[in-house]
Design a protein around this ligand. Structure first.
Ligand SMILES: *Cc1c(COP(=O)(O)O)cnc(C)c1O
Length: 468
C-alpha cells in the first residue's frame, strides 16, 4: 500500500484561494459577530461548511452541459438522466426535483397523513422537518453504538432491527413508509451495512410498509460495504449499489452530494402507485415532469456525475480524505468521532477544550479559532445549534468533493498543531442576539474575555491561573 494519497484527477480549471492574514481575519470575524455563517466566502480559505453542492464538476460534466437539450417537454437530457438513474437503481419511475428537500416535500405530501409515524436510522434535519410539517412523527432508531463517539463499530449507521420490528408491530397501519439514510448524515456520515439494509427491508416487507432510501451518499455507503463488510471486497461498488437499491421500493436523493453536481435531486420508484399523484404535484410546484425545476444542463450533469461517483479510484481517494484527517488529528491529540465518516470529520470540542463548559460553546470557540488560524470554515454542531438538547459539542469539517488537495489538508493539519499547542488560551463565547428558530445561522456572538481586545491579541488570554 502506498502511503501518499493522490487525487485521481488532474486540474484543468483553477480558482484562486482567498489568502488573508490573521489580522485581516480578526477584523472580518468581529464584523461577522463571530458567526461563520455571516462571513463572506471570499474571506474563507478552506470552506468545510458543507459537502452539499460544493463539488467540482468534471470536464465531461461541463461538456454535457453544453450539449444539453433545453426543450420544455421530452428533452433528450431528461432521458439521459432518467436512464442513468434507472441503470444504477433499477427503478423505472424517475421524478426530477430541484433538490433533496423538494423530493421530500413531494413524497411526504402524497404519502403521509397527520398522526402517522416514519421510522429511519436517523432522519436528516430537512427530512424530519418535512415529515413534521405533514403532521407526522419522524422516529430515529439507530443502533446504540451509533450514539457513542468513541465506539469503533464499522457500521454505526445501522438501524436497530429489534426495535424496528417492535415499532412496526406496535404502530401497524400508522406507518406510511419506512426509511434508511445512507450514509447516516446526522449520525456523522456513518455507513449502513448491506446485511442491515436487507434486515430492514425484510421487516418493512413483513408489515407491508414501502421502504424508501434517503440515498444522498449511496456511493460512499456502497464503498464502505465493499471495504468493511465480510464477503463484499471482490464486488464492484456499482454492483453493491444495485443490490442496495434492489432491497427498497424507491429512493429520494439530493444530487448535490453523490451525483457530483451543484444543484438537483430526484425521487425514483420501483412501481407506479404514487407516480401519477407525484407528477401532478410536481407540475403544480416544481415544473413539468421532464425537468422538475432544473435546467436540462443540470440533468445532463447529474447523469454523468452518477457514473463518475461509482469509479473506485475516486471513492478510495474520497474516503481516504476523511480517514487521513481524523487519524492525523487524533495523533496530535485532537479527538474526533470514531471512525471517520465518509464526507466529514467531527471534532469533539468538549473533550478538546475541557476548560470551556457547554454553556460557553466550546464548538463555537474552536470553529472561530480555526477560522482565525488558517481561514478554515467549519460548522458547530452542539449547544449553539441544538441549545440545551445538544448531546455533544462537535465541530464538523465537511469535505467538498474533488475540490481541495493533499497539500491543502497537510497545511491545515500544520495549523491545527499550532492551535492545539495553545488551546488552554481559547475562551468561550456568549450569544448576544439570536432569533427564536435555527439560531445558528444568524446569531451574534461575543467572546467571553475580560481583557480588552486589540488587533492581533484575540485568543491570547492569560491562563486562568494568572487571573486569580
Ligand atoms: C442534504 C440532505 C438532504 C436534503 O437535500 P437538500 O438538497 O439539501 O434539500 C436530505 N437527506 C440527507 C441525508 C442529506 O444529506
Amino acid at each position: 500500500m502506498r502511503k501518499t494519497i493522490i487525487e485521481p484527477f488532474k486540474i484543468k480549471v483553477v480558482e484562486p484561494l482567498a489568502m488573508k492574514s490573521r489580522l485581516e481575519r480578526e477584523a472580518i470575524l468581529q464584523a461577522a459577530h463571530f458567526n461563520l455563517f455571516l462571513v463572506k466566502s471570499e474571506d474563507v480559505t478552506f470552506d468545510f461548511l458543507t459537502d452539499s453542492g460544493t463539488t467540482a464538476m468534471s470536464a465531461a460534466q461541463w461538456a454535457g452541459m453544453m450539449v444539453a437539450d433545453e426543450s420544455y417537454a421530452g428533452s433528450r437530457s431528461f432521458h439521459r438522466f432518467k436512464d442513468a438513474v434507472t441503470e444504477i437503481t433499477g427503478y423505472d419511475h424517475v421524478i426530477p426535483t430541484h433538490q433533496g428537500r423538494a423530493a421530500e416535500r413531494l413524497l411526504f405530501g402524497v404519502t403521509i397523513r397527520p398522526g402517522m409515524k416514519v421510522p429511519s436510522n436517523n432522519h436528516f434535519d430537512t427530512t424530519r422537518a418535512n415529515i413534521e410539517a405533514s403532521g407526522a412523527e419522524a422516529v430515529d432508531l439507530v443502533i446504540a453504538e451509533g450514539k457513542i463517539p468513541e465506539n469503533l463499530h464499522p457500521f454505526k449507521g445501522n438501524i436497530d432491527l429489534v426495535r424496528l420490528e417492535a415499532f412496526c408491530e406496535e404502530h401497524q397501519g400508522k406507518i406510511p413508509l419506512g426509511m434508511l439514510t445512507i450514509t447516516n448524515n446526522t449520525g456523522g456520515g456513518q455507513p449502513v451495512s448491506l446485511e442491515n439494509i436487507k434486515g430492514a427491508a425484510r421487516i418493512y416487507r413483513k408489515f407491508g410498509i414501502p421502504f424508501i432510501l434517503d440515498a444522498c451518499r449511496f456511493a460512499e455507503n456502497s464503498y464502505f460495504i465493499k471495504i468493511r463488510e465480510a464477503g463484499q471486497s471482490t464486488r464492484t461498488v456499482a454492483d453493491i449499489a444495485h443490490e442496495t437499491f434492489e432491497q427498497a421500493d424507491g429512493c429520494m436523493m439530493c444530487a448535490k452530494k453523490d451525483a457530483l453536481v451543484n444543484i438537483g435531486g430526484f425521487i425514483a420508484l420501483k412501481n407506479s402507485t404514487w407516480v401519477q399523484e407525484l407528477r401532478n404535484q410536481l407540475i403544480l410546484t416544481e415544473g413539468f415532469p421532464t425537468y422538475g425545476g432544473l435546467a436540462a444542463r443540470d440533468l445532463e450533469a447529474i447523469a454523468i456525475g452518477l457514473q463518475e461517483v461509482l469509479q473506485e479510484d475516486y471513492l478510495r481517494y474520497r474516503v481516504a480524505t476523511s480517514a487521513y484527517m481524523a487519524k492525523r488529528l487524533n495523533e496530535m491529540g485532537v479527538p474526533t468521532v470514531q471512525p471517520a465518516g465518509g464526507h466529514a470529520v467531527y471534532i469533539d470540542a468538549k473533550k478538546f477544550l475541557p476548560h470551556i463548559p457547554p454553556s460557553e460553546f466550546p464548538g463555537q470557540a474552536l470553529a472561530c479559532e480555526m477560522y482565525l488560524q488558517d481561514g478554515v470554515r467549519s460548522c458547530e454542531i452542539g449547544s449553539v445549534m441544538f441549545k440545551e438538547a445538544a448531546k455533544m459539542e462537535l465541530v464538523r469539517l465537511a469535505f467538498p468533493r474533488r475540490v481541495y488537495t493533499q497539500s491543502h489538508f497537510d497545511y491545515i493539519l500544520e495549523g491545527m498543531e499550532e492551535l492545539s499547542s495553545r488551546k488552554e488560551f481559547l475562551r468561550g463565547y456568549q450569544i448576544v442576539d439570536a432569533p427564536p428558530f435555527l439560531r445558528h445561522f444568524t446569531a451574534k456572538f461575543a467572546p467571553l474575555d475580560d481583557i480588552p481586545r486589540k488587533a492581533g491579541t484575540f485568543t491570547v488570554r492569560r491562563p486562568a491561573v494568572l487571573d486569580q
